[in-house]
Design a protein around this ligand. Structure first.
Ligand code: SAM
Length: 212
């Protein structure tokens, strides 16, 4: 985790958040029990930059929450064919996500699917240029294995929270399915010869994976 002061310094020296993203962040902090799940200014900007670098045509996000990261990914993508599919299991977020997408003017660039990603992904007939895994931590490896065959060679998979509040080191995984899930995912990717990968110790850890 970055010390608070450093995070604030980095935010002051990063392109300011667009107003509609700042509004989503504010509303999320006011209305949600776990607002820290939101990507926020720095990570949102990183996602936007990565999307701008890759210029993907098809992006899959697993775990929309209040829509901040889906909008960030869509904002970066200047590909006229660019489309973000985002999946959220909790129907309580539907209204806030749709409102956020509307405020960002991204209705034609983001498609929201409500339901369990494990059920929805097999029905999406797309080849992915970029996948962002950010849902329940116990499911990371399942999501990876499910999407992998449909990621194009040279395509990228990003996975958030792979340091899991430092619990990946020296923490008992007994009765802790989330930590166990993240460790299992990190180990699998580390031994997966089909990919190049970087565990970037940014925020709560971002795994950047490129399919060879
Ligand atoms: C960490 S939050 C996502 C944060 C968001 N990507 C962002 O950066 O602002 C994780 C989200 O995944 C959702 N989720 C959990 N299990 C899921 C599943 N099986 N399928 C789809 N979404 C799921 C949760 O309801 C929650 O909203």
């Amino acid at each position: 985790m970055i010390p608070q002061e450093i995070e604030e310094y980095a935010e002051r020296h990063t392109t300011p958040e667009p107003g509609f993203l700042a509004e989503i962040a504010r509303e999320t902090h006011l209305t949600q029990v776990y607002p820290q799940m939101l990507s926020g200014h720095l990570q949102g900007t990183l996602l936007r930059m990565l999307s701008a670098m890759l210029n993907p045509s098809r992006i899959l996000e697993i775990g929309a929450f209040t829509g901040y990261s889906a909008i960030s990914l869509a904002l970066g993508c200047s590909n006229p064919e660019g489309l973000v599919h985002t999946i959220e299991v909790n129907p309580e977020f539907e209204e806030i996500i749709n409102r956020a997408i509307h405020k960002a003017g991204m209705e034609s660039r983001i498609r929201l699917h409500l339901g369990d990603a494990l059920r929805i992904i097999p029905g999406l007939d797309e080849i992915w240029d970029l996948v962002f895994i950010d849902a329940n931590k116990s499911g990371y490896l399942d999501y990876y294995q499910l999407v992998f065959p449909r990621v194009r060679p040279g395509g990228f998979i990003l996975a958030d929270n792979v340091l899991w509040d430092s619990k990946v080191i020296g923490h008992s995984v007994k009765n802790d399915k989330d930590t166990e899930g993240i460790i299992r995912f990190n180990e699998f990717v580390t031994h997966d010869e089909r990919v190049d990968h970087l565990l970037l110790p940014f925020r709560d850890g971002l795994m950047i994976i490129r399919k060879k």
